[in-house]
Design a protein around this ligand. Structure first.
Ligand code: ARG
Length: 478
């Protein structure tokens, strides 16, 4: 019986009437879950071997099924959209139909002791595992770009901001490594999620566990899972692993959106600290002078979309009764989209970082201006025995006077400073330079150039180790 005649070839005899076209369009998932074909086939090959071990399939039957599935794998490897040619309900029914067409009755034996519920949970876990590995590789690529940039601009001053007001000078290297830190935590979170992704549901069947004596551990090992799921009800209804993975992507997207925003602000005409490459900016159709930071704006915007995927799946799962319900089919579209967008964000961000051109003179002037060395004067007074609160107050008055005179602190006449407080001496000028400001932040995690140099080396070491451990960590920043 073909799926055209009943609207659901794989549900078999109970149905006498074909599904309503609207219902088919509503219910069928092939148009998006075709992406799982390769992973479902991998799971199905392991399952066929499990059935052979359980005595359900002969060696010959198992061999023929596996050969046919390898053929389908080659088809989808050559063109991932191949299943879309069918009118099947989902990718699982597409595989079953194709096997039945080529092997006859044998094709129908594969589903023995299995349900699409444990089948889809398995395929999705395999898919998520591969995607996590790909994201980890892309994260390495972006982190490498940030570290290279940090090395290039290791000691270039940058005004550090709080409340988007100039606060204290830092160096660009420190800025870049701040993002590298965020992204290294994102990688950690993905690796951690991967551990819980990487367990095999096969053998859980529809919800209660299969009745056939398959060796679940062996099936899991063949698929390079770390182990098997411990409860069949949980195994077919759990989508924590998707939520968690999306959660890790959300944080990563948030970090990239902040990176994008920093660069949008710093590259604006008003700040003029850095320029983005022509390769990641666009012009205006009306205003010829414009160069718009579209790539960074999209890094900011895509974060909203990825947050939406995460929040949407949480809402789908809320209050869902055990075990499988069709609601769970709603796990896929947002996940596929979020993964694709996250991948692009990571790769584009690397291109953005590689193409940054810092205006060193402008950065130096901006870092030196805005009285961002006022804390140094207060600390200087503390060194003269003044309590910090009082030093803070004195410095505030000195800054007010400097503003009135229209000069920076380092160019303020000593007498004008001493008029505010006589404890200020000639030696104050030594602490007011940018170099002095930076050099004094010589604490673990601080912005002193020597510390940033150490941090670069530490990041390089860690990245080296991580890319050794991570399969597929190509770091394809291009
Ligand atoms: N396309 C379905 C999904 O993605 C496959 C599982 C169908 N299971 C079922 N009991 N109808 O969730």
């Amino acid at each position: 019986m073909s799926q055209e005649s009943t609207g659901g070839g794989m549900w078999g005899g109970r149905f006498g009437e074909a599904g309503h076209p609207l219902f088919r369009a509503f219910n069928d998932s092939l148009r998006f879950d075709y992406r799982l074909a390769g992973h479902d086939l991998a799971g199905s090959i392991a399952w066929a071997d499990g059935l052979r071990g359980a005595g359900v399939l002969t060696d010959d039957e198992c061999g023929r099924l596996i050969d046919a599935m390898k053929g389908l794998m080659r088809e989808v490897a050559a063109d991932p959209r191949t299943p879309l040619g069918g009118a099947d309900e989902d990718v699982h029914s597409w595989i079953e139909r194709r096997l039945t067409e080529s092997l006859g009755a044998l094709g129908k034996k594969l589903h023995t002791g299995r349900s699409r519920n444990d089948e889809v949970a398995t395929a999705l876990r395999l898919w998520v595992r591969d995607e996590i590995d790909a994201r980890l590789g892309e994260l390495v690529g972006l982190r490498r770009a940030l570290v290279a940039f940090a090395k290039r601009e290791l000691d270039t001053p940058l005004a550090g901001y709080t409340h988007l007001q100039r606060a204290q000078p830092i160096v660009w290297g420190h800025w870049a490594l701040a993002y590298e830190q965020m992204l290294s935590r994102d990688a950690e979170r993905l690796r951690d999620a991967r551990r819980r992704v990487n367990v095999c549901p096969l053998g859980s069947a529809a919800l209660a566990g299969t009745t056939f004596r398959v060796n679940r551990e062996a099936i899991a090992a063949a698929l390079e899972f770390d182990g098997i799921t411990a409860n069949s009800l949980d195994a077919v209804s759990d989508r924590d692993f998707v939520v968690e993975t999306l959660g890790a992507l959300v944080l990563c997207a948030l970090h990239l959106s902040r990176l994008g925003e920093d660069l949008i602000v710093y590259s604006s005409g008003e700040f003029g600290l850095v320029a983005m490459s022509d390769r990641v900016t666009s012009g205006s159709s009306l205003m010829p002078q414009k160069k718009n930071p579209d790539a960074c704006e999209l890094l900011r915007g895509k974060a909203g979309r990825i947050i939406g995927a995460h929040a949407g799946l949480c809402a789908v799962l809320k209050g869902l009764p055990l075990a499988y319900n069709k609601d769970l089919q709603e796990d896929k579209e947002a996940l596929f989209d979020a993964m694709e967008q996250a991948s692009m964000c990571l790769r584009v961000a690397a291109v953005v970082v590689e193409g940054l051109e810092v205006d060193r003179e402008a950065c130096r002037a901006a870092a030196a201006g805005g009285y961002s060395n006022a804390t140094e004067l207060a600390d200087y007074l503390v060194g003269k025995g003044v309590a910090f609160r009082e030093a803070h107050d004195i410095t505030g008055r000195v800054v007010r006077e400097a503003i009135r005179l229209g000069v920076d602190l380092e160019r303020m006449p000593l007498e004008a400073m001493r008029a505010v407080d006589g404890r200020i001496g000639e030696d104050v000028f030594g602490v007011l330079t940018i170099e002095a400001c930076l050099a004094r932040r010589d604490v673990a995690g601080g912005t002193a150039v020597a510390r940033v140099r150490e941090a670069v080396a530490a990041a390089e070491r860690l990245l080296g180790e991580e890319s050794e451990n991570a399969e597929g960590a190509e770091g394809d920043a291009e």
